[in-house]
Ligand binder design. Structure first.
Ligand SMILES: [Zn+2]
Length: 150
């Protein structure tokens, strides 16, 4: 394989972006890496585009100060569309939101056609029940009518 020439490594220093890429590769491909069990060990892979630093840089751009590499879908791969630079706060929020509930409070399944998924600006994933949204609208209409009568 030809050597990829870029300005991100010299003999003595590596850019933050290069380090982020290198760590990702290690987590996913090196069973001796301390966090292997959470990444490569549970099937998290790197798409062909991101296996080279040049491809990764092309897709992700430079790592902004204070940001780290994050996956939008925790169970998804490192691939275009599932990676972003985010700060620790966003990553923590994303981690909390990962423990999805299977049913809404009324017992409707929070899956398939009945779930509405939105990714909020702060990184939270918002999953709401469509049946409950209809019920709520109906209740609000009734309440508005009754309010008008009073
Ligand atoms: Zn519901």
């Amino acid at each position: 394989m030809p050597q990829i020439i870029h300005s991100h490594t010299t003999h003595t220093t590596k850019s933050p972006t290069y380090k982020a890429w290198e760590n990702m590769v290690q987590r996913c491909t090196n069973p001796k890496h301390g966090k292997w069990e959470y990444y490569g060990g549970r099937g998290i892979a790197i798409s062909p585009e991101y296996r080279t630093f040049a491809g990764f840089l092309n897709g992700m751009g430079e790592r902004p100060e204070g940001m780290t590499l994050d996956r939008i879908d925790f169970d998804g791969n490192y691939e275009p569309g599932n990676c972003r630079w985010s700060d620790m706060q966003t990553q923590k929020a994303n981690r909390r939101a990962r423990r999805f509930k299977e049913y809404c409070k009324r017992g409707h399944p929070l899956s398939g056609d009945n779930v509405r998924v939105r990714i909020l600006a702060n990184g939270y994933i918002n999953r709401t029940c469509k049946k409950c949204a209809v019920i709520l609208q109906r209740e609000q209409r009734i309440a508005a009518k009754e309010g008008a009568k009073l």
